[in-house]
Design a protein around this ligand. Sequence first.
Ligand code: GDP
Ligand code: CA
Length: 315
Amino acid sequence: MLAGGVGAARYLNGALEAFDPRSVTGIVNVGDDLILNGLYISPDLDTCTYTLAGAIDPERGWGLVDESWRAMEGLGRYGGANWFSLGDRDLSTHLYRTARLAEGATLTQVTAEITRAWELDCSLLPITDDRVETRVTLADGRDVGFQEYFVGMAHSVEISGVSFVGSEQASMSKAAEQAIRDAEALVIAPSNPIVSIGPLLAVPTMRELVASRRDRNVAVSPIIGGAALKGPADRMLRELGEESTVVGVARRYRELAATLVIDETDRDLADAVEAEGMRALVMPTIMSQPGVGAALARACHQAATGEQTVGETSE
Ligand code: GDP
Ligand code: CA
């Protein structure tokens, strides 16, 4: 699975319920990564890890449950950067990761160590061990780091562009490349298409590799009824001149996947999706209810492998 943060983590959770966890691999975005107070932070990898470990804070949707914020308060005393909240428990992950990277470990190795420590049976692989940094150009011309836009400005400003600095020099990790080549089914998670899936596809040869196996790929729309469930995906699409509907998502993904899963809410747009060249699969995709994620994962696998005729799920 190609993964960002929250939407991807929810889907991955469903996949772990539906399949042998050892057969599930998430190829995760690192464009959101940042270095703050000397610590290397990988928000999407951590969101996936914490969610699958059952340790994510359910209210916030990020960070660990039962957090305290003493270190952040301490930083405030020094006037240190505390606009990006890191809980005391969460800090242990960033301390460990930063130390291991400084010792020469790759992000892929450190991630394996962290997921093992959380007793995950599936694999999480950063797309690359090189630094790829998502930057956002605001409508007023300013160029800011992704987290500055997303967290610092609470994504409440208009944007005019997005870039992935370093992507041209980056290379896909061997493990990620092999996982994509070997995958029976490849799913593009319901993640932000611009800033979660976008950075993955910006790594050289990634887009071609995914496109080369299009028939065995399925995408799940993060846009439902014209809106994102959470976050700025809908606004970003519009601000970049695209349609914030499942049809707009189909235009982004049609060269990469044969099937687009759209929510029941968007049933009326199934024909329009098919007119864009993707098969539309209509089913419940909001994974807040138990069982929806697992049913979605099963349906995606079937659509990708053709192992069973896929109809609409009956619930
Ligand atoms: P982030 O990195 O934490 O911002 O998360 P992602 O990029 O992975 O996911 C954000 C997107 O996931 C948003 O556009 C949401 O609409 C979408 N999303 C979150 N939960 C669900 C869900 O249960 N179903 C679907 N279809 N989309 C979801
Ligand atoms: Ca993210």
